[in-house]
Design a protein around this ligand. Structure first.
Ligand code: 1YM
Length: 641
């Protein structure tokens, strides 16, 4: 009785704090975006961000992340340790304040800005709110300080000294278990997701060691340390792309508290792979940091080429596309107050950054070109070849655009279009082989389903420039059918089918064709993939017949699951399905095309850098990386990143 009264009287501030965390538990999506697997991993990034900030401040050299047997997460750093003194505003230790007050992050403690932080950079208290329990240990002043919170961030006790340690030892260790009342979909951590991002963070923060351990599996660990930072990042990305000059150009500068780092190197391919980051967060939509660097690249290469007499007066100036052909570039800036805009809030808006990144990059680039005339010439030659090819491609493109020049009879002979002109309900099936194509035409719903049988080989566009791609019959047909145009004229709103469905056999040839098509889409129609219009049909592997019922299942697991539901006395028959070409129209419709029964797999590009790496590995010149990849990913499932 008495106890209860005391608590109510003097602990009202604590109650307010807990209400704050309660709000996070009520609407977790507001704070971490989603409670799916992505949200679960987001908890790790929030804690790692605080350790990265400590590294950026110059105090932390090693961050260790461990996945526990119970899928708990431990993040450990060797920084200064979160301050343990009483915080003037809350009357609690700073540790407790950081872990129980919403948005506590950089507002507390002295000086230094918080530069890292994800899209929902909301900090440690949110992780605490969404955890079953969370423990913080701080090594500082020769003491080990400890505090534990449970069920949504309730402190079990005050911050206490539990042990002594070497006076020179400092750091913070946070251990937490995500709450399965919140993460109802999954509480299992994916090692590969953690590994990919931690590796990226190590590339972006040179000299910082980041280690990952997995207690769920013996000897599973990785450690990342890049002395050269983004230089080594470019080196890795270009590994399978045959660089055409020796030096990876590196630029590092700072102006008005904004740090700009750029690294690039040209390779033999015809693609441009430019990846930009702000405060360690990827900015796939680009923004002012990218604009400044691109602008400077075009201007300086034109200036140098003209002065060096490589580009003559009669020549067209090099365009942005020309100078970006075959470039691999990382742009990483650190900004104390970034403003994000764009559809997915991943585009940097701060206008002052355009001038700053232009200035820092152009001065360094000019110096590099002056000091390395041999490499400068290689780069200018590459851009000038691109320029000539662009003119040729324009002519070829006009062929696909101007109906008069396209072999219409041939085109319509190939495409069996659907009757509907409403793109949102229209689908196009790209079908491997003529005989499957024939069955698909008979088995389709002609109102909404168009069929394009693919006869010839699809050209590998990883090894061909736009002009050559456009001379390929199959590719021209696909472009014409899609309706969007290509290159500078590409217009997503003109897409004639909102579902593009790749229908190939479940064998090696089938996956080869699928990879070729995906490479084509990824390199030439990326927005179509990004907008989620591309699917892979999944023909079933088995047909199970019992009585009058026919059931199609995708794989062994689904077969076993279904058979288990039949009971012991049911007589059934299992047939392994043939290739697409051997199915008749009815079978094909029933199993792969009927919108009420079929299973489609959406192809997404979650992570452009991984996709780029995978395509260059799979489709590039080098045979060894391709063999390695195929051996490691025999089922190809991983490409659906
Ligand atoms: C495993 C997670 O949180 N490390 C960490 C956090 C902080 C500091 C050091 C720190 C910051 C400052 C001064 C400062 C934080 N401190 C605060 C706050 N690792 C992890 N390491 N001294 C230590 O920013 O001035 C928030 S995070 F607010 F207390 F300063």
């Amino acid at each position: 009785m008495n106890d209860e009264k005391i608590e109510k009287v003097y602990d009202s501030s604590a109650i307010q704090v807990l209400e704050g965390l309660e709000a996070v538990r009520k609407r977790p999506g507001m704070y971490i975006g989603t409670t799916s697997s992505r949200g679960l991993h987001h908890l790790v990034w929030e804690i790692v961000d605080n350790a990265i900030d400590e590294a950026l401040a110059g105090y932390c050299t090693h961050i260790e992340v461990t996945v526990g047997k119970d899928n708990s997460i431990t993040v450990k750093d060797d920084g200064r340790g979160i301050p343990v003194d009483i915080h003037p505003k809350t009357g609690k230790s700073t540790v407790e304040t950081v872990y129980t007050v919403l948005h506590a992050g950089g507002k507390f403690g002295g000086g230094g800005y918080k530069v890292s932080g994800g899209l929902h950079g909301v900090g440690a208290s949110v992780v605490n709110a969404l955890s079953d329990w969370l423990e913080v240990k701080v090594y500082k002043n020769g003491n080990v300080y400890y505090q534990r919170f449970s069920k949504g961030g309730h402190p079990e006790d005050n911050l206490k000294i539990i042990d002594k340690c070497d006076v020179n030892r400092t750091g913070t260790t946070v251990h937490f278990l995500p709450d399965d009342d919140i993460f109802t979909e999954t509480t299992v951590y994916d090692y590969e997701i953690l590994k990919t991002r931690l590796k990226e963070l190590a590339f972006l923060n040179k000299g910082l060691r980041i280690s990952l351990y997995d207690d769920r599996e013996a000897d599973k660990k990785d450690s990342f340390y890049y002395e050269g930072g983004i230089i080594e990042y470019v080196q890795m990305l270009n590994k399978n792309k045959n660089p055409i000059h020796e030096t990876i150009v590196y630029v590092d500068g700072e102006d008005k508290d904004i740090k700009v780092e750029v690294a690039f190197q040209y390779n033999e391919t015809y693609n441009s792979s430019i990846y930009s980051f702000v405060n360690n967060i990827t900015t796939p939509e680009g923004g002012t940091h990218e604009d400044g660097v691109r602008r400077a690249l075009t201007r300086i290469l034109n200036k140098y080429a003209t002065n060096a007499g490589l580009l003559k007066e009669k020549d067209d100036p090099l365009t942005g596309d020309d100078v970006r052909e075959g470039i691999t570039m990382i742009i990483s800036i650190k900004h104390p107050n970034p403003q994000f805009e764009g559809q997915t809030k991943t585009k940097l808006g701060n206008s002052e950054v355009r001038t700053i990144s232009d200035k820092i990059f152009s001065e360094a680039l000019e110096r590099f070109l002056m000091e390395n005339p041999d490499q400068a010439k290689i780069i200018i030659d590459k851009s000038m070849t691109a320029s000539r090819a662009r003119v040729a491609a324009k002519k070829a493109r006009e062929l696909t655009r101007r109906k008069g020049d396209l072999d219409i009879t041939n085109f319509y002979g190939k495409l069996s279009d659907c009757k509907s002109k409403d793109a949102t309900v229209s689908e196009i099936f790209l079908v491997e082989g003529d005989s499957a194509g024939g069955s698909a035409i008979k088995g389709r719903d002609s109102m909404t389903q168009a069929i394009l049988p693919l006869r010839g080989k699809i050209l590998n566009v990883e090894k061909a420039r736009l002009d050559r791609a456009l001379s390929n019959e199959e590719i021209r047909t696909i472009i014409t059918a899609f309706g969007t145009g290509i290159g500078e004229e590409f217009d997503l709103s003109k897409l004639r089918y909102h579902k593009i469905i790749i229908m190939t056999d479940a064998d090696v040839d089938g996956s080869h064709i699928r990879v070729l098509l995906l490479t084509l889409f990824y390199r030439f129609f990326k927005p179509i993939v990004e907008a989620g219009h591309v699917y892979a049909a999944q023909p079933p592997l088995y047909r199970i017949t019992h009585g009058k019922t026919r059931k199609y299942v995708l794989d062994d697991a689904e077969r076993d699951e279904y058979l288990a539901t039949l009971g012991p006395n049911v007589r059934y028959e299992i047939a392994r399905m043939k290739g697409l070409g051997e199915m008749d129209a009815e079978e094909l419709n029933e199993t792969t095309m009927d919108i009420n029964q079929r299973v489609l797999r959406k192809i997404t590009v979650e992570d452009a850098i991984s996709a780029d790496e995978i395509f260059s590995k799979l489709m590039g010149e080098e045979v060894e990386p391709r063999r390695e990849f195929i051996e490691q990913n025999a089922t190809y499932a991983n490409l659906d990143v």
